[in-house]
Design a protein around this ligand. Structure first.
Ligand code: GLN
Length: 451
């Protein structure tokens, strides 16, 4: 009952696709037993959480916000959920996203868009960001303590930034992707959204570490992160990459960036301007790599084994065609078409292989900076505050993503950890945030400075 009541707070904002009240009920029924035997109590016992609806939960609908999976009930749990459950967390529900996590606004969902809590006025509401917008709104509205998102090009950090939350994209491979329905396999990571750094750390410590079910998960034992309350930042060297001063950067975000830089200097950190020369190519390369992975990852949705199947068809080929035409939304279909074009034999070298080479250069940019003794990079998370829905939909999906993901996407190319931190409210009363990035597996340093 509580789960339904709590999640209904977010109903007008459309944060949840499915409320998992039976899971919460079962948990409550077991709580007496756990209270009696305190050794059974986990780190997150009784803590309500939400999970983006592209993570599989056994016997619970997992839709990816697509008609294609509107009736899909997985037979297993994603590792992330399994670990949260083992730690005692209570799943309140599955949150809204852009269809198959393709987007930066949570506006392209089969279940309708998610509105930003900071301004959900009927006629001129702001987007929550995306694609994990449902997870962000679930947390900022107070329905749960933390939520899991996914991050392929910024999908955890973007909505965290627009909603005023801390949002962590961990190092690629630190957290298992088992049970996360893939977008771009070599970039996807489960992300964490919470109100403060300590809550993020608590969740990260519960979900990170080796997993025999995910061959891309790092085979290294995870050592829990511990962040002190009193932090001395005087030993940190922080880089300000000049390429992030993009022409569309709003003066308010620029001001935040300057103020926080100043603040870090006053705290004793040393700041220097650095260069990541290939930043500008990141979105272009991502676009190609994303479309190719989308074309191949979504080939399995043919109406045959699971998911939606068209009602009327005259042959197997016709069934594939109608199922895919009716089951996928416009953006998904566009991306599949473009991906198949890039993957044609005559195009493969020119697009896919070239994008992979440039991806390497983008990663090497970061290595050069780390090798010059920089510990962390400080950048904006997004170029502006959350756009209004009307402004946002006046752009096509490609334009939306190239503006939204400019600052977040390169970290996915390189696989490095990044966190967004809320700084202050804009003149319009919307959150403004900054991003910190660190070398692979330096989550402790990253989160210490973030805190
Ligand atoms: N905006 C990017 C896309 O549409 C990234 C999304 C994500 O991180 N899931 O593909």
């Amino acid at each position: 009952k509580a789960a339904i009541k709590i999640t209904s707070i977010t109903k007008p904002l459309n944060a949840y696709i499915t409320v998992t009240d039976e899971i919460a009920k079962k948990h409550a029924e077991n709580s007496d037993l756990r209270q009696k035997n305190r050794s059974l109590l986990g780190e997150l016992d009784g803590i309500p959480i939400a999970i983006k609806d592209n993570f599989c939960i056994k016997d619970h609908r997992t839709t990816c916000a697509s008609k294609m999976l509107s009736n899909f009930f997985p037979t297993y749990d994603a590792t992330v959920y399994q670990r949260l459950k083992d730690a005692g967390a209570i799943l309140l529900g599955k949150t809204n996203l852009d269809e198959f996590a393709m987007g930066s606004g949570t506006i392209d969902s089969y279940y309708g868009p998610t509105k930003n809590l900071w301004n959900s006025n009927e006629n001129s509401w702001n987007i929550a960001g995306g694609s994990s917008g449902g997870s962000a709104v679930a947390v900022i509205s107070g329905s749960c303590y933390a939520a899991i998102g996914s991050d392929t090009g910024g999908s955890t950090r973007n909505p965290a930034s627009y909603c005023g939350l801390v949002g962590l994209k961990p190092t690629y491979g630190l957290v298992s992707r088992y049970g996360l329905i893939p977008l771009v396999n070599s970039m996807d990571v489960p992300g964490i959204l919470a109100r403060n750094v300590d809550d993020v750390v608590l969740v990260l410590n519960s979900i990170a570490g080796q997993d025999e079910f995910d061959s891309t998960c790092l085979q290294k034992e995870y050592v829990s992160i511990d962040i002190l309350d009193t932090i001395n930042i005087s030993n940190f060297r922080i880089g300000i990459p000049k390429e992030y001063k993009e022409k569309n950067l709003s003066p308010e975000v620029q001001e935040c960036w300057d103020t926080v830089s100043q603040y870090l200097c006053e705290g004793g950190a040393s700041l220097s301007t650095v260069s990541l020369p290939h930043t500008n190519y990141s979105i272009m390369c991502y676009t190609i790599l994303n479309r190719c992975d989308v074309a191949s990852n979504l080939a399995c949705y043919d109406g045959m084994q699971y998911g939606y199947r068209s009602d009327e068809w005259s042959s197997v080929y016709d069934m594939y065609k109608k199922t895919r035409s009716e089951g996928f939304g416009k953006i998904v279909k566009e991306r599949i078409l473009v991906g198949n074009y890039f993957l044609l034999e005559e195009n493969y070298e020119e697009y896919y292989v070239k994008a992979m080479k440039i991806r390497r250069l983008i990663s090497e940019d970061f290595n050069t900076v780390w090798n010059s003794n920089i510990d962390l990079l400080l950048t904006p998370t997004t170029l502006t505050e959350a756009p209004t829905y009307n402004d946002f939909i006046s752009m096509d999906n490609q334009a939306q993503c190239s503006i939204q993901d400019y600052c977040t996407q390169p970290a996915n190319m390189a696989g490095i950890p990044a966190v967004t931190v809320p700084i202050k409210l804009s003149k319009n009363g919307l959150p403004l945030s900054l991003q910190l990035m660190a070398p692979s597996l330096k989550e402790e340093v990253l989160l210490t400075v973030a805190k």
